[in-house]
Design a protein around this ligand. Structure first.
Ligand SMILES: *Cc1c(COP(=O)(O)O)cnc(C)c1O
Length: 231
């Protein structure tokens, strides 16, 4: 089942790239296996996927220990400062940096390891109250502040678009954050790159790709519905 789902997602990604005149290689598929057993993630791994996303530190660390070492792990969920130390040096990218204080803690831990940690700044592009992320208005200021930290490197922006039935409704938000990344690029900030745009989930990743996503985070579309009851 997972294999067929993945093939379908891959086909959808390819078609979206074609429609947008983009190369398939410009878009990284991140398989989001949260709440799902490692056996299912292993199946996806065996199909060639190497980028996996999790939204909880404990689950992320457990899965890291059990799955192959060449996986690039993405922290995509809200991150508490006291948990930063468990993932710095172990994850490929932290997508969910939304405050200076959090970036500061990542910087401290990165320094301890003698490394530079790549991060994305999370933007709450639709201004939803229920969501984390800096506002579009504050994003540039936050990027400027974080850019002064020596051991973190901003690689782009991330957003979680609103939950909608019709993905077209999110197109304007994807456009808005793409424009924001262009605006930030034009500022030529030291230590800041805007090459990554992490946006698009099961319901809207094809629209996100059409609007410039370079990373899409797909859970349900690959692994099926999540069941939180037994958690
Ligand atoms: C769960 C999650 C996803 C994947 O959601 P689906 O709708 O199941 O594809 C993507 N991004 C984040 C931040 C998530 O927490």
């Amino acid at each position: 089942m997972v294999k067929e789902n993945l093939a379908q997602v891959e086909q959808n990604i390819q078609k979206a790239c074609e429609r947008a005149g983009r190369a398939r290689e410009e878009v990284t598929l991140i398989a989001v296996g949260k709440t799902k057993p490692v056996g299912m993630l292993q199946e996806v791994y065996e199909e060639g996927v190497r980028d996996f996303g999790e939204n909880k530190v404990q689950e992320l660390c457990q899965k890291m220990d059990e799955l192959p070492e060449d996986i690039r792990w993405h922290m995509i969920g809200h991150l508490q400062r006291n948990k930063v130390r468990y993932i710095v040096g172990r994850v490929a990218l932290i997508h969910s940096v939304d405050t200076y204080r959090l970036a500061e803690e990542i910087n401290i831990q990165a320094k301890k390891h003698g490394i530079t940690v790549p991060i994305l700044v999370e933007v709450n592009i639709a201004g939803e109250e229920s969501k984390f992320g800096t506002t579009a208005e504050d994003a540039i200021l936050l990027v400027e502040e974080i850019s002064r930290l020596e051991n973190v490197r901003i690689e782009g922006l991330m957003t979680i678009a609103p939950y909608v039935v019709d993905a077209e409704e999110n197109r304007l938000y994807f456009r808005k954050i793409k424009q924001l990344s262009v605006d930030i690029t034009s500022k030529n900030l030291h230590n800041v790159s805007m090459k990554i745009l992490s946006m698009g989930m099961t319901g809207d990743y094809t629209v996100a790709i059409e609007e410039g996503a370079t990373m899409v985070r797909v859970g349900t579309g690959i692994f099926g519905e999540r069941n939180y009851d037994k958690a």
